[in-house]
Design a protein around this ligand. Structure first.
Ligand code: MSP
Length: 513
């Protein structure tokens, strides 16, 4: 069985500081990457920055900076965000790197070779902010300004010489591909949008610009720079050492298992990217998942509405696991979802502090006081104990399946419920009431509940890795050996060593905080 898994985030425009939308795409991808590692896969998780194009050139100019220096600085803030968000990415690619340049040139040459590129003139609408061309029926007039219907960003009229990619000739091949690979575009509602768009018939795509310089020059005609999306999408194979297709990395990891992206950039990933790859005679990625938008108090976050929630500010105040957990618990992956500070606090208090945090805290404190701080080992589990453990264990195939179809919300719901049940089991079994009369029974209860804490902690580790690492280390377990099959392994617990010191996992948040 192929045990390699390649997952990517979009590469971000370093045109301003990172915001919640960027954090969201990255956190979601990180959770799936970590889960696949739990499943014992050799995971390659890629993220990075998309540094060419008119948008970046304009932004650099506004800041009076050379575009490369501007990108060097801002790309650093995105790199440091990977640390702040506790991402487990193995690589961080920048489109201004040599390895990427080489790979984009090869893609271009392959498209020339296949006869898919021709020179003509583009006249039409362009949005610098989206770096996208729009048709007449995709724009509207708002306050005497022409804007894109889908993104709301301003468009301008562009007329320039341009190379075109024969996208129109790939419509049927794409439809055939969607048909034979029904899970290529998820969620399904998004797939239907894409299919409709392609069924209408595709127009050839302008893939070079001449009105600015900040990009990769077209081979043999340096007046043109390569369209930033053709440049950017190629990052996914540049990181695998393309054009060296004999390289182990390329062989092991291409085609990608999943591209995680926002719904606004689905067309680029589900139409343009596969068409480029088909023309370049390269295999297509297995899945593109388009998540929804994060809304703030029901509105799209925007500078003008003043409702932007800054991920770094929230992390500084409440902690990174708290933000990670809240975003994926509250927002149904695939749909738009509103977030608010009020809900964030409730979620931290209810699910993290009162439920999972409290479970760990009270069980470990009890063991410290009553069992010389060592986890008791027992083999005399009664039906109630077995039922608690089996209920989780029997659900492992279901949990794995949920994660593999990106049903993150259902997965979390189930795991939170296990934690709730474990708290109830501990309350109902009252080990404190029997510690003198039935010390052996007390030990069995503790043995059982610690097993269950270990199991819940394994399941939560892709989502709240900081807290779960703490719990593993309290139990003297190294997080490197943690895999999903340890859930079935009673002997994975260290019964010999004393528990490490216990710190509070999640502080409860008071209302005025
Ligand atoms: N550079 C391109 C991607 C190239 S990938 C080959 C780009 N960059 S971006 O910085 O504008 O956006 C990156 C991601 O952030 C997109 O997936 C986008 O959907 C996501 N988000 C930006 N704002 C968002 C929200 N408010 N909510 C959720 N995600 C959104 O596009």
């Amino acid at each position: 069985m192929n045990k390699n898994f390649y997952i990517t985030t979009p590469i971000y425009y370093p045109s301003g500081k990172p915001h919640m939308g960027h954090a969201y795409s990255s956190i979601v991808a990180d959770i799936f990457a970590r889960f696949k590692r739990l499943e014992n896969y050799n995971v390659l998780f890629l993220t990075g920055t998309d540094e060419h194009g008119q948008k970046i050139q304009k932004e650099a100019k506004k800041n009076n900076k050379d575009p490369k220096i501007f990108c060097d600085e801002l790309s650093e803030t995105f790199k440091s965000l990977t640390k702040i968000l506790n991402l487990s990415n193995n690589d961080f690619i920048r489109t201004t790197e040599k390895r990427h340049h080489k790979s984009v040139i090869e893609i271009w040459n392959r498209l020339v070779e296949s006869g898919d590129i021709y020179l003509d003139k583009y006249s039409g609408w362009y949005s610098v902010s989206d770096e996208a061309f729009y048709d007449e029926d995709e724009i509207e007039n708002i306050n005497q300004k022409k804007v894109s219907k889908s993104s709301g960003s301003t468009v301008e009229w562009v007329e320039e010489e341009s190379y075109f990619f024969k996208l129109s000739s790939w419509s049927n091949k794409l439809l055939e591909f969607y048909n034979t690979n029904p899970n290529f575009i998820l969620p399904t509602s998004r797939k239907n949008e894409v299919v409709k768009f392609v069924e209408k018939g595709l127009k050839d795509l302008s893939i070079s610009r001449t009105s600015f310089k900040w990009g990769i020059p077209v081979p043999k005609n340096e007046k043109h720079v390569i369209y930033v999306w053709l440049d950017a999408l190629t990052n996914y194979i540049s990181a695998l050492n393309f054009p060296d297709i004999k390289d182990k990395k390329f062989k092991d990891f291409w085609p990608a298992d999943i591209h995680i992206i926002g719904k606004d950039i689905l067309r680029f990933h589900a139409v343009f990217w596969p068409a480029f790859l088909l023309a370049a005679k390269l295999p297509l990625p297995k899945k593109v998942f388009g998540h929804g938008w994060i809304l703030s108090d029901d509105k799209k976050m925007s500078k003008s509405l003043g409702n932007i929630l800054d991920p770094i500010e929230i992390i500084d105040k409440y902690g990174v696991d708290q933000l990670r957990y809240y975003l994926v618990k509250e927002v149904s992956l695939g749909n738009d979802g509103s977030i608010s500070m009020e809900n964030l606090k409730n979620c931290i208090n209810n699910d993290l502090a009162n439920n999972y945090g409290n479970l760990c805290q009270r069980v470990f404190s009890f063991i410290k006081k009553n069992c010389d701080n060592k986890i008791p080992k027992s083999s005399t589990l009664d039906n109630l104990d077995k039922k608690l453990l089996d209920n989780l264990r029997n659900n492992i195939p279901k949990l794995i399946n949920l994660m593999n179809k990106q049903d993150l919300n259902e997965y979390i719901k189930m795991v939170v419920n296990f934690s709730f049940e474990a708290n109830k089991y501990f309350n109902d079994s009252e080990p404190w009431a029997i510690k003198k009369k039935k010390p052996e029974r007390m030990k069995t209860i503790l043995h059982t509940i610690v097993q269950q804490i270990k199991n819940i902690t394994i399941l939560l580790s892709p989502i709240i890795p900081n807290a779960t690492d703490k719990v593993f280390s309290i139990m003297n377990l190294s997080n490197e050996n943690i895999t999903i099959d340890k859930i079935n392994d009673d002997n994975f617990i260290n019964y010999e060593k004393k528990l490490d010191n216990l710190e509070i996992l999640f502080n409860k948040i008071e209302n005025d905080n």
